[in-house]
Ligand binder design. Structure first.
Ligand code: SF4
Ligand code: SF3
Length: 545
């Protein structure tokens, strides 16, 4: 196997025997084959799209295939085999449609290749990342693919709420088709990567519209981090539709619903807040789940990444349910029914006989600073900027991870001068969202916009501030970027910011392993991207002493 798509990749170069995330070589081979077959589907659907007959089923399949290969989403080989079988079937149907409509298809192996189930593990030599021999070209191709994975995840959550944008599907399909070309140049690939970033902005805007139109605009909310005295279900991941269905189905059943990790932002939506059995947030970022799930005592539902393979002696594994693109051996999967709805009754009835959760923390945190809420505070914020009370906003969005070096972000937040405000989104926030950082004349020093996709909120806020302050360039704002990344959703957030012309982004705790020295040189020249150094040095560089 070879995988280097996340920040924790082995030795900072690539996982070759088994993933640091727990992904086995057989799983990695299946993901490579699935992506290869999916590229074939994208090539055919792009050709159909040019003749105005794209298949919506193909677009949906493509986003799900990309999403399921994201870090910490699927560890289940039989489920991946199903995806691969479906991919070959769908590709055949689309090729048949193209033939019937006399649409010429490129003679690429991705289009023509078919494999039987017992051959799935053998195809790696030409489906894997290393099949592209030129390291620089491989780097930019993978940057585009990883961006597409993040974009696909957001597009899926939006589609689950009935919101779709044909342009997002078009951009993803085009990118997958272009990276399949062996004659594509580095310059063409750089433009492609920016186009993927533009798709990321669209996908995040779409998901923002889907979430806020369905559940209302997030509002400032105090979220309890302790526990109640009834059994609970802990919901993790990013899918708000799943949370809605679970809340509705579990009403009056004697159980409470808690949020975990990236589901925390659901606590600020007016729609969810009205359920009396919607309890607080339990635990911290994804990587602590193997410890924290031991004390929750109840049931678990994963609606997207990040699921971590339970330890061998874990006591909770058989109480874990997955849904959507998530899969984990030893857990149960809940698929959508024919009517598109999910039946959570087994999960709910099992929860009722569990012990209540054991508290691991107590108190409250404040959430709900998405664009609508922050813009309501805009006059006050602009006044604080003009009076010199707020010197800088530091965007610290992104992911958390296991590496001890991530304590940098806690220290950075602690040492940041008191006239600086942190804008955050994503699970990166768990490194500092429980610190007593105080406020500036009532404006908290950590403004949490929500999930990683709510980084879009930060863009809306930046654009509004630019206008209010009469600035020409987004880079003239008193906003600096120190983004933590782990998986491919952070990659699309980064590409989205680059496509909007944001420069001087610091990303860490390490740069992606897939950046070669030459690619990094170009990214530095074009966007002045940098990584982190020490807390003191970075505070000095980003905000001054
Ligand atoms: Fe390794 Fe990350 Fe890939 Fe998992 S997702 S195999 S940890 S690079
Ligand atoms: Fe976190 Fe997995 Fe990336 Fe949505 S839950 S940000 S790591």
């Amino acid at each position: 196997m070879f995988c280097y798509q996340c920040q924790e990749t082995a030795k900072g170069t690539g996982c070759t025997l088994q993933g640091v995330c727990g992904k086995k070589a057989e799983t990695s081979a299946r993901m490579d084959l699935l992506l290869y077959a999916t590229r074939g589907i994208a090539i055919v659907n792009r050709a159909l799209r040019e003749k105005n007959t794209p298949s919506r089923e193909a677009s949906h399949f493509i986003i799900d295939a990309l999403f399921t290969t994201i870090t910490n989403a699927n560890f289940d080989n039989p489920m991946l085999d199903d995806y691969i079988t479906q991919a070959f079937k769908l590709k055949n149907i689309l090729c048949g449609q193209a033939k019937k409509e006399e649409i010429p298809l490129p003679g690429l192996p991705e289009v023509e290749f078919q494999a039987k189930a017992d051959e799935y593990e053998k195809a790696e030599a030409f489906t894997g990342v290393l099949a592209e021999k030129n390291a620089d070209i491989r780097a930019i191709k993978q940057l585009a693919v990883y961006g597409c994975k993040g974009m696909a995840a957001y597009a899926r959550h939006a589609a689950n709420l009935g919101y779709e944008d044909e342009d997002v599907y078009t951009i993803i399909e085009n990118a997958l088709a272009e990276v399949s070309r062996s004659d594509i140049s580095a310059d063409e690939l750089f433009s492609l990567v920016i186009n993927v970033g533009e798709g990321g902005v669209r996908a995040m805007a779409l998901l923002d519209k889907a979430n806020t139109s369905t559940y209302g605009n997030p509002e400032i909310t105090e979220v309890g981090i302790g526990v109640r005295d009834r059994p609970g279900i802990l919901v993790s991941g990013h899918d708000l539709k799943d949370l809605e269905e679970l809340l509705v189905q579990s009403e009056g059943k004697g159980v409470d619903i808690y949020t975990h990790s990236e589901m925390l932002p659901a606590q600020s939506y007016p729609f969810f807040k009205k359920f009396p059995h919607f309890a607080g947030n339990y635990g911290n970022a994804w990587w602590k789940q193997t410890d924290e799930f031991e004390t929750f005592n109840g049931m678990f539902l994963f609606t997207s990444n990040c699921i971590v393979p339970p330890r061998k002696n874990a006591t909770y594994t058989d109480r874990v349910y997955t849904t959507g693109v998530v899969g984990m051996p030893g857990t149960r999967h809940i698929a959508s029914g024919k009517d598109g709805r999910k039946d959570f009754s087994e999960l709910i009835s099992r929860a009722a006989s569990c012990q209540p959760p054991q508290a691991i923390e107590n108190g409250k945190i404040v959430a709900g600073f998405a664009h609508n809420q922050v813009l309501a505070l805009a006059p006050k914020i602009i006044d604080l900027i003009k009076r010199g009370k707020i010197r800088k906003f530091v965007v610290m969005a992104g992911c958390d991870g296991r590496f001890p070096s991530r304590k940098y972000y806690t220290e950075f937040a602690e040492k940041l001068p008191e006239d600086c405000v942190i804008l955050t989104a994503g699970c990166a926030k768990y490194r500092y969202n429980k610190l007593p950082l105080g406020d500036i004349e009532g404006v908290p020093r950590v403004l949490d916009a929500g999930q990683c996709n709510d980084s879009y909120s930060l863009v809306v806020i930046a654009t509004a501030l630019k206008e209010a302050l009469g600035l020409k360039d987004i880079n003239d704002l008193p906003i600096v970027y120190n983004i933590a990344w782990y998986e491919q959703k952070a990659v699309i957030v980064l590409l989205a910011l680059l496509s909007l012309g944001v420069r001087n982004i610091h990303t860490g705790p390490t740069l992606p392993a897939f950046f070669t020295p030459d690619i990094l040189k170009v990214l530095k020249e074009k966007f002045n991207i940098a990584t982190i150094s020490t807390v003191d040095e970075d505070i000095d560089t980003l905000v001054g002493k």
